[in-house]
Design a binder for this molecule. Sequence first.
Ligand SMILES: [Zn+2]
Ligand SMILES: [Zn+2]
Length: 344
Amino acid sequence: MKALVKQAKGPGNMALLDVAEPRVGPGQVKVKIAHAGICGTDVHIASGEFFHYFPPLVLGHEFSGEVVETGAGVEGIPLGARVTAEPTKSTCRVCPHCISGRYNRCEKRDIAGVVSNGAFTDYVVTRAESIHRLPDSVSLKAAALSEPLAVCVHGVCEQCSVREGDFVLIMGPGAIGLGCAQVAIAHGARVMVAGAAKDAHRLALARSLGAEWTVNVEKENVLDRALAVTKGWGVDLAVEAAGAPGALEVCVEAVRKGGEILQVGLPGAPVPVDMDRLAFKEIRLIGTFGQKRSAWLLALELLKTGRVDAEAMVSDMLSLDEWERGFDIMARGAGLKVLLAPEG
Ligand SMILES: [Zn+2]
Ligand SMILES: [Zn+2]
C-alpha cells in the first residue's frame, strides 16, 4: 500500500513509498482510512524540528475510517463500523500513569504516526481499546478531528476547569486554539481569540463559531482588550495555543489573580516568564499533552450533540498524492485543518 513515510531524521526525507499492509494480531483492529488530518506536529516532523519520533515512519495520527478486520478476542466492533481511533496503539499498562487511566503520560506509549506507523496510508492496525465507534450524526470528515478535539477537552476540561460564565483568552487561532475555544464555549464560557494579521480567516471563523471577541495582535493590544472586557479583573483561563514567543507573557498579565494558564502550544525553545508575577497573582500554570479515554468520550459527545463544529475547521481536503501541497498549506498557516484521503 502507498504511504507517506518520514525516512530519516532531519529536514525533508519524506516520500510516498510502497509499504507492507499491517497485520492484525489478537486484540487488534484494522481500520481502512477515510480521512487523516495533518497536524502541526507532522509539519514539525517534516521540517526536522520535532525531537520525539522514530523513522522510518508512516506519519499521521488524526484519522477516521471503517473497520475491515478484527483480531482474536475483539468484541463489539463489527466489520464495516464507522470509527475513529486514539493514536495510542499500546501502553505499558503497569506504570502509575497507566493504572490511574492517565496513559497519555506513559513513558512506553506507542503513538501512531509518531512512534510507529500512522494513518497517511490505506490501513492502520491498533488496539481495540483505542477504537471509538462514531454516532450516526458524526461524519467521517468531522471524526478525523476527534484527536485534536480530545486534546482540547483534556486540556480545557481535565487539566484545567472551565465554568459557565468564565472569561477565556485563547492565544493562537490554529486548530487547537479554535478547538479549545469551542470546548470552552460549549461549557458556557465567554471567549476571546487572539491571532496575527495572517490569521484573519481563522479569526473570522472563530467569531462564526461563537467567540465574542477576536483580536489582531498586530493592530490591537490584546492585554488591553482582555482587561477591558473583564472590567480590569482579568480572564479566568488563558490558553497558550500559539507556541509563539511572547504569548505566555501576555497570558501571565491577562489572567486574573488565582486564574489558570494552560500551556498547550510548543514554543520549541525556552521562553521567559515573570515568575514574580506568577507568584504574586497565585496563577496556576498547567501543561497538557495528548489525550486519554475520558477526553475522547466527551469530545465525541460534543460532536454528536453539535456543540462543537469540527467540519467547519476543515479548510482543505486533498488526496494523499497531494501531500506536499497539504503540508505547505499547513506550514504557511494558510488554511486551518488539511485532511488527506488515500483514495483522493
Ligand atoms: Zn496532532
Ligand atoms: Zn505506562
